[in-house]
Design a protein around this ligand. Sequence first.
Ligand code: LLP
Length: 427
Amino acid sequence: MDHFLLHQGVMHAEDVPLPLLAEAVGTPFYCYSSATMRRHVQVFRAALHGLGDPLVAFAVKANPNLAVLATLGREGCGADVVSEGEMRRALAAGIPASRIIFSGVGKTRHEMRAALEAGIFQLNVESAEELEILSEVAAGMGRDAPVALRINPDVDAATNPKIATGGGEVKFGIPAHRIAAVWARAEALPGIRPLGLAIHIGSQLGSLAPLEAAFARLGGLLAELRGAGHRVERVDLGGGLGIPYDPAVPPPPEPALYGALVRRMTAGWDVALAFEPGRLIVGNAGVLVARVILVKEGQARRFVVLDAAMNDLIRPTLYGVYHDIRAVVPRPGTMVATFVGPVCETGDTFAEDRPTTPLAPGDLVALMTAGAYGATMASSYNSRPLVAEVLVDGDRFAVVRPRQTLDELIAQDRLAPWLAAPAEGAA
Ligand code: LLP
């Protein structure tokens, strides 16, 4: 459920009409709904009832805007981060270090040091090799690193292969059969405090079956470790639950079903649980609003050319996925259109041969469900500045990221010294 609904024929974000925002900030822009984000946190927490008070560590990569993080922080969320930049953002947004988990296959020594200095809750270690480096860094600082070992459960997450992370031959996690040895090594190493196990098998999961298989694997390892006399206090079950994008596709399982699965699979584990949802919290809390530049009649197709492009929202181009596109002020009737942006690549296509309400130049459209992996994956390809981001809360709104100006964009480059002066012989 979201808060982008038509009131008297005009799409609003909560109580704010989107055309008003377009006037205020220009187009394209991302718009986020606070109420939707809060609701999703509440729904997720409610789904996890009976599991103690688990840490809900929002996966910052899904939407790292400071205002989004601050909104979620106030709902009690922690953060799952994968770089020093994400960690700094979470801290800057007021999320305490004691609720931050640092994941990722390639943390640098510098990042490990920063995480330990900040005093974060946990580092999820993804290889035996990484454990050795972390030990050196932590011991060198006279600290003990709180560690969870991320297992690779070797299950097929049945999602887009580009975002599946739990199969045997991907870079993520430690193969299950090596976990016992790596745990024993972790106990022996200076500067390492092994506390738990972690798992994350992929994103936009449309079924619970792969999660069930992965949790079963994890439960087996937990028993094995404890059988060998090790103390395991924490389990981080990752993120990955999918959300609806395409009304024609059956929706992924509801959070309540996910919660029931977790309760069933973790019964008797006696651990403190953590979760790392990203998309579920912010996915349909955001839209990308764009204006129709022109409607072009091709040989066999009608193209609606928007002022947003693949650089602003790359998911359709990169993963071939569906985003609903709706007129902000829909007219009666229908037409079929291929929605494209101005970037010079055929792949700059948001939707092909899509039925829509009639659209004309100047109209506003909303690309729905763009709150997760939208603005954060944007680039300035074709020297298109990063777009504005706006946060709505009831009838209030704030620009939480101003549109990048062309001057700012160009000023990021420097001329090499030998290019700063006019070329010799030049007029
Ligand atoms: N935890 C870890 C360790 C992750 O790698 C991820 C996502 C998450 C949690 C959050 O997963 P979520 O709950 O959002 O599914 N750019 C892609 C998605 C990449 C996901 C990467 N890892 C997309 O646009 O679909």
